[in-house]
Design a protein around this ligand. Structure first.
Ligand SMILES: [Zn+2]
Length: 163
């Protein structure tokens, strides 16, 4: 993910104790979508909000199976994964009027994965000038949208047939 993007609230994540269990497997198994921040459940993959977002609307698309690498996943999972990323792309553009998106995967802690062992595709909305804006306001905490508001905004869009 782009380290250049200044996101001071991520400090909370960086200094917090990392869970020993896999948050993606836990979210996949849990029925509490409000707590787990799941916004969409497909057949093989699901979409979950990042609890420590780089920007508003930062979602992750992950397989239900605890796969460390794309090559561990079955072909139908990979198909659904990229189709769901495409869907997330359309939804984020519609919901947040983004000018661009960062889409990426970190494999393994050496590559910066916060949760190694269960890959997840980050989809991060970007706007023209967002990093510049944050640079000039450095030192001020930029308050992101409440996660519950993000969830309320995105969940209905994912349940639509077409966006
Ligand atoms: Zn897992």
């Amino acid at each position: 993910m782009p380290d250049v993007l200044f996101a001071p609230w991520r400090y909370e994540y960086l200094v917090s104790e990392k869970p020993q269990t896999c948050i993606f497997c836990e979210a996949a198994a849990s029925g509490d979508e409000e707590e787990t921040l799941v916004v969409f459940r497909g057949e093989k993959v699901f979409v979950i909000l990042n609890r420590y977002p780089y920007t508003n609307g930062h979602v992750m698309v992950a397989p239900y199976s605890h796969d460390a690498w794309l090559s561990d996943s079955r072909e139908e999972t990979l198909h659904e994964l990229i189709a769901t990323v495409a869907r997330a792309e359309k939804i984020l553009v519609a919901a947040y009027h983004t000018d661009g998106l960062n889409v990426g995967i970190n494999f393994g802690s050496a590559a910066g994965a916060g949760v190694a062992g269960h890959y997840h595709v980050h989809v991060v909305p970007r706007w023209n000038g967002d990093t510049n804006f944050m640079t000039v306001t450095a030192g001020m905490r930029v308050v992101p949208e409440e996660l519950s508001a993000t969830r309320r905004r995105l969940k209905p869009l994912f349940s639509l047939e077409k966006v």
